[in-house]
Design a protein around this ligand. Structure first.
Ligand code: FPP
Length: 245
């Protein structure tokens, strides 16, 4: 069992949950079976983060590019997502978890969107942890959306050019109000960012593991946290500056 320092936990963990398809293929199962097992991993990791005291967990559940997958797979993922939200709502409320979502939520099927909004409303006053789902999400589109909103507010005379600094820009992103991720985990041995939180991960620590998402569990999360805690985060400074030498 890994030793975790509760005082040095990441405030925000973001995860690219990859490898459901390969997990299924290895077992001669359908890709959908991989996603079903992936949902079990989601449950375990959400509970583990809540138990540990992580403030925000962002899960890359569906990218804008994922709409191009075969129709049956897209439909199955949407159904799994809705099912998860319906089943977990009570659990989220009793564990004081607030649900939020980022992405082009207007792209989601109406029933998924309605369920998502209902769960966000029901968990709206929970303050133990934020579970943030990235749905129909793309990092470049998020940045473009922010630029368009800023331009629109500028034209309306709501903002002045001098106001536009980095904290201001962050408030126009879908992640407004959330701290930037301290730790980004990607499963399944890929070394890519895949259009995830491009603006927010400027100083995020990356943890890449060969483990496929359906096999990712509490123990794997603790390994990632132990690795994270062994690093020195310098944010562009020198080691001496960080340690006050
Ligand atoms: C990547 O595996 C995974 C996805 C595109 C979907 C992730 C979705 C879930 C884990 C289930 C639904 C989510 C929630 C929050 C209930 P892949 O299919 O790209 O795997 P492969 O690269 O091995 O083919």
């Amino acid at each position: 069992m890994e030793e975790i320092d509760k005082e040095k936990l990441p405030r925000h963990i973001a995860i690219i949950m990859d490898g459901n398809g390969r997990w299924a293929k290895k077992k001669n199962l359908s890709r959908i079976s991989g996603h079903i097992k992936g949902v079990d991993a989601v449950r375990e990791v959400v509970t583990a983060c809540r138990d540990l005291g992580v403030g925000v967990l962002t899960l890359y559940a569906f990218s804008m590019e994922n709409w191009q997958r075969p129709k049956e797979e897209v439909e199955a993922l949407m159904e799994l997502l809705r099912d998860y939200l319906l089943k977990e709502c009570e659990e989220m409320v009793s564990n004081n978890i607030r649900l939020s979502a980022i992405g082009r939520l207007e792209d989601l099927p109406a029933n998924v969107r309605t369920t998502l909004e209902e769960v966000m409303k029901k968990t709206g006053s929970c303050n133990g942890m934020i579970l943030n789902l990235a749905l129909s999400y793309g990092g470049r589109s998020e940045i473009l959306h922010a630029v368009r909103e800023i331009l629109s507010d500028f034209k309306k005379g709501k903002i002045k050019e001098e106001e536009i600094d980095l904290p201001f820009f962050s408030r126009y992103l879908w992640t407004r109000g959330l701290p930037d991720p301290d730790l980004l985990i990607r499963t399944s041995g890929e070394f890519r960012i895949s259009n995830f939180l491009l603006y927010q991960i400027a100083y995020t620590e990356l943890y890449l593991t060969e483990t496929l998402w359906p096999d990712f569990n509490r123990e794997e999360l603790l390994k990632a946290l132990a690795d994270y805690q062994s690093r020195e985060r310098r944010f562009g400074l020198t080691s001496e500056q960080i340690n006050g030498l």
